[in-house]
Design a protein around this ligand. Sequence first.
Ligand code: FE2
Length: 265
Amino acid sequence: MARFLHLTDLHVVAPGTLCSGMLDTGAILRAGVDRILAQMPAIGPLDGVLVTGDVSEDGSAASYDLAVRELARFGLPVYAVPGNHDNRAAFRAAFGGAAWMPAAGAVDWVVDLPDTRMIGLDTLVEGQGAGRLQPDSLEFLTHALNGAGARAVVVALHHPPLRTGIRFMDNIGLENTEDLAAAIPANCGPLICVAGHVHGVYLGRIGAHRVVTAPSLCSAFALDRRPDARVGFLTGPTGYALLDTGPDDSWTAQPLFMGDGPFDF
Ligand SMILES: [Fe+2]
């Protein structure tokens, strides 16, 4: 079994600047790491931290330096895939010391843990918001699934293969969900596909398998399905998720800011 923190959409900017002219996402990340570390005694032991993209907002080396430094505070291996806001070269440089990072090309990777195979897929198409799995990434996935054996499988990518009903997000969704579905056999797994991008918790399916999206650590999008819905972000709720591939086989989203308590019943 393996247990991970699932973080996503950090949107860190270079120190001294603000995300969308408003959010100090470096400070938000620092405070978020503080809060999660404080919750660690309750969470229990973990095998790693999985980040499903948009580590950086501006693609700057300084933003990645800050993000990597903060993520290192968990004292756990960090695994990451790029999102549409990431710069692949800067992302590669930032996580270049990690054994899972391929030397060139798409940031597709496989990490094996006891009873679990984690597969990271690169959906970044630089210069656009929407994501796409390139043929090489789909082939990589096929090989990785073929070699998974009896392990539980986690497929991590930034753009989820689902639609939220939020028009401005669906317009920049995964362009070739059908190719991903075709690459995942119904009988492999147990398999869970984990993603980010939509800054909220959504449950979907890819064939017979589960798809979940984690809340962003820095902002949220209102579930507003009206055609004229305002394009923009909310300052919360923010959060993260916990993924467990063991007998419990669970994924749960956690808010960064809880209510008061606990109080006696
Ligand atoms: Fe994104």
